[in-house]
Design a protein around this ligand. Structure first.
Ligand code: AKB
Length: 319
């Protein structure tokens, strides 16, 4: 059996915390090196952890030479709302950081996973059941970076034979770690506020439908893609990757069904314009047919899992 050595960047983020735990369960703690630009007590407690700034090419190359990863999950990234506030930093981390990682993976022959996003689409993209290949004209700096990143990944695959795989993640919902700086974050915040206060003020309007997914599905899909035989994968860009879509009003009603006193009001901010430029729902037939993708969590299951998980987490923090 092939021995895996797995490196994660940005492992302290919303996806990284749960993906690192799952990879350590699967391959053993010492086979998985988690890195982040900030210290993470959770990751340090469970296995090898190092500080790494992905824009530091020399540090990245030294780490690759020492650890010799066979697989890399390059998750370090600024999300959409933060990227709009800090466009130069977003480009530096999200695009230039990716170029350094692509080059290191080429030199060390490591398989690479890199997260793209529904943000790759733009205001002229068909919004309902957005197909894999269509008008792609992102209007946010985050989306422009994702489109550029997808093209760089395709270039390294074609020119250098690099095995690089990518998913266009929708909004991800989980309670283990906060997303921070995204446009879809409301779908996480709402559960913490519901449990703590019984109310939530939403920064997106009631009818703003966006594609979403529960984190367990996202982690399972990511691992399934990384384990798929290379010959099965015919799509060169990030795969459309979908589970369900809902609006803030629909999410509030689903929470009320399980927590009758919950109330929501609205105060829109600059994230509304970002959401308006993104798809409302995604057609992911390539992911389903090429490597068998199928989500499990529907809205009632997400709501009950989140309400229970958030309550447990807050109770544990209060002890
Ligand atoms: C964000 O809202 O920025 C992210 C994303 C959809 O990529 N969750």
């Amino acid at each position: 059996m092939k021995t895996h050595k797995i490196l994660l960047t940005g492992a302290g983020g919303q996806i990284g915390i749960e993906l690192t735990a799952r990879l350590r369960e699967k391959y053993g703690r010492d086979a998985v090196l988690a890195t982040d630009v900030q210290v993470s007590p959770v990751l340090e407690a469970d296995g090898p952890f190092e500080l790494l700034n992905v824009t530091d090419g020399a540090a990245l190359e030294a780490l690759f030479a020492r650890f010799k990863p066979t697989q890399v999950y390059h998750l370090a990234s600024l999300l959409s709302a933060t990227s709009e506030r800090k466009p130069q930093l977003a480009w530096e981390v999200n695009v230039n950081g990716l170029l350094l990682v692509l080059e290191a993976c080429k030199v060390h022959r490591a398989r690479l996973f890199w997260p793209s996003s529904i943000a790759v689409f733009g205001p002229n993209t068909p919004r309902i059941m957005t197909p894999q290949r269509t008008v792609i004209d992102p209007s946010t700096i985050y989306g422009i970076g994702k489109l550029t990143g997808e093209r760089w990944c395709a270039y390294y695959k074609a020119k250098h034979g690099l095995d690089v795989r990518s998913l266009r993640y929708p909004g991800l919902i989980s309670y283990a770690a906060f997303p921070g700086g995204g446009t879809t974050d409301y779908a996480v915040d709402i559960f913490f506020q519901a449990v703590q206060q019984g109310t939530y003020t939403c920064y997106l309007g009631p009818d703003t439908a966006l594609p979403m997914m529960y984190m367990d599905d996202a982690i399972r899909g990511t691992l399934e893609l990384m384990e798929a035989p290379v010959d099965a994968l015919k799509t060169e860009e990030g795969y459309n990757f979908a589970a369900l879509s809902f609006t803030p009003a629909e999410l509030a009603r689903a929470i009320q069904a399980q927590m009758p006193g919950f109330a929501m009001d609205y105060r829109l901010d600059e994230r509304q314009a970002i959401a308006d430029s993104w798809p409302a729902s995604i057609d992911d037939r390539e992911a389903r047919s090429e490597w068998g993708w199928k989500p499990k969590f529907d809205l009632p299951a997400i709501v009950s899992t989140m309400l229970e998980g958030v309550s447990r987490k807050l109770a544990a923090e209060a002890r």
